[in-house]
Design a protein around this ligand. Structure first.
Ligand code: AMP
Length: 499
């Protein structure tokens, strides 16, 4: 899946949450279940857990939210002190249960469970090769390709070498948690596109997409898994080993994790997401602040941006001059109420339903906006549905001026590596200028954040980020798309596993 070209709406997108634990003398199922709850925002289509009790593997995978996918009895039947879990992002089109994860299978080389966040770009080629060698596939997902390749390698070599050889064969974006019998592994692709971190809990260790899941288990974040690194949790929760299997020389961390996707209370690649968003908000003020009566966020994701924006506005005026003593800047106010029971507008299949969903989801708070000039802050514009509806709603509620500030650059191209961004044809900024978009959504002014401001807020260089959706140039080869990495350079030779 996701092997190139513009995606169609019925193609599964691998925007997911993964976890793995190894504990001393306690069943892994319940901590995994709690961790999946903490990662629910990363996927609502299906949830699953695979455990191993030292003799055999157990699994339960069901469609739906974590709370609906498991009955109390299911957790009890998931015996064993090690295991992995997965939540999967919903898609507009067809998705059968064979694509839900963790993927589990038993081979001559032992039993394997795999949870995958990301998208491979050469899954079809590897699948063909493996199929020709006699491997039978039950799904068209790329996770099964990884499982088969690993199983084949495990027939001939030890675990670490087997993982290294699989990493050399697969290309693209992947963070993985894997069970091989009762050993839990964590792997992050050589460019670290999707997050994965390692933590300690009282009686063991945990690997998770986001540190918020470690917090939920009362644990401490140790660090991010490094790009190209394998972490092996020892059975019994006694410790872990790490192996730097591939060194790509540069990273391609997804900036959009920080802008939209991750929880604000998670630390990703060393940065607390909430503080990054506040910093992005500050930069938004510095780059394109506009003096209005109030600034209000689109809840929930716009909140941290708007708070940073208002803080910066309290220090300097929009022209960069210091504020006079009695001038407090711009009032930060909640001007939109969110109905938390409405699902993400993104999963509505038709434009008409998407528009209705915005109105179901957000309602203006009249006293914040009536008779005022307002700035609305959101993290991103994808199709333009939300902003168009919001500007109209806020005007109808009596706002005199409506300005829109966006905490990300214009999204001009699809994401092939794990974030559901819509197809190029659907992206409003793919072929419209900022002025054309402003006119279309009927805002008094519209500004996005610059790419340089994003890199600065992330304390990173542009070259170490995946900016594919805002530049149209991708860190991995995607058929029919440009790459921002040198194409002719040979892939680096990884050190031996036991180096
Ligand atoms: P749109 O209405 O299509 O322009 O989408 C923009 C809105 O969707 C913003 O309020 C974002 O917070 C939110 N958003 C951005 N990216 C995504 C995504 N990948 N999945 C779901 N919602 C998103």
């Amino acid at each position: 899946m996701g092997t190139g070209g513009d995606r169609s709406d019925d193609e599964p997108r691998e925007k997911c949450g993964i976890v793995g634990v190894s504990l001393a003398d306690r069943a892994a199922a319940r901590p995994l279940y709690y961790a999946l709850y903490a990662l629910q925002h990363r996927g609502q289509e299906s949830a699953g857990i695979v455990t191993h009790d030292g003799f055999q593997q157990h699994g339960h995978v069901e469609r739906g939210l974590v709370g609906d996918a498991f009955e109390p009895g299911d957790l009890e039947s998931l015996a064993g002190e090690t295991g992995i879990g997965h939540v999967r992002y919903p898609t507009a089109g067809s998705l059968d249960k064979s694509c839900a994860q963790p993927f589990s299978v038993s081979f001559k080389s032992g039993s394997l469970g795999l949870s995958h966040n990301g998208n491979l770009v050469n899954a079809d080629a590897v699948r063909e090769e493996l199929a020709a060698a006699g491997h039978a596939f039950t799904s068209d997902g790329d996770t099964e390709v990884i499982a088969h390749d690993l199983a084949r390698n495990l027939l001939e070599e030890d675990l670490v070498r087997a993982v290294k050889h699989t990493m050399n064969r697969i290309h693209g974006s992947y963070s993985l948690t894997i069970t091989h019998d009762d050993t839990v592994l964590g792997v992050r692709d050589p460019m670290g596109n999707r997050p994965l971190c390692l933590g300690r809990i009282d009686d063991g260790y945990v690997l998770a997409s986001e540190s918020a899941a470690i917090d939920t288990l009362d644990g401490d974040l140790i660090r991010d898994v490094r790009p190209g690194e394998l972490v092996v949790l020892e059975p019994g929760g006694t410790g872990y080993d790490t192996y730097q299997l591939v060194d790509a020389g540069s990273t391609a961390h997804c900036f959009f994790e920080h802008v939209y996707f991750a929880r604000p209370d998670s630390v990703i690649d060393g940065e607390l997401v909430y503080e990054v968003r506040r910093e992005l908000g500050r930069k938004l003020w510095e780059e394109s602040g506009v003096e209005t009566d109030v600034v209000m966020p689109v809840p929930d994701s716009g909140r941290a941006f708007a708070s940073g924006y208002a803080d910066a506005a309290a220090e300097t005026a929009a022209d960069g001059s210091p504020r006079a003593g009695d001038d407090d800047g711009i009032e930060f106010a909640e001007g939109l109420m969110k109905n938390r029971y409405v699902g993400r507008t993104f999963i509505m299949p038709t434009q008409d339903e998407r528009e209705r969903a915005v109105r179901l989801k957000l309602n203006p708070i009249r006293s914040t906006v009536e008779g005022k000039s307002v700035t609305i802050i959101d993290d991103s514009i994808v199709r333009g549905t939300t902003s168009t509806q919001l500007v109209q709603l806020v005007r109808e509620a009596g706002a005199e001026e409506v300005h829109l500030r966006i905490g990300a650059p214009p999204i001009v191209a699809p994401c092939y590596f794990g974030i559901d961004m819509a197809t190029r044809e659907e992206l409003i900024a793919a072929d419209e200028s900022t002025e054309e978009i402003r006119e279309r959504i009927d805002a008094d002014s519209l500004s996005y954040l610059s790419i340089d401001a994003v890199a600065a807020a992330l304390d990173s260089s542009r070259a170490d980020l995946c900016l594919g959706c805002v530049t149209g140039e991708y860190p991995f080869d995607v058929e029919g798309e440009e790459t921002d990495r040198p194409v002719d350079s040979p892939s680096p030779d990884p050190p031996a596993a036991d180096d």
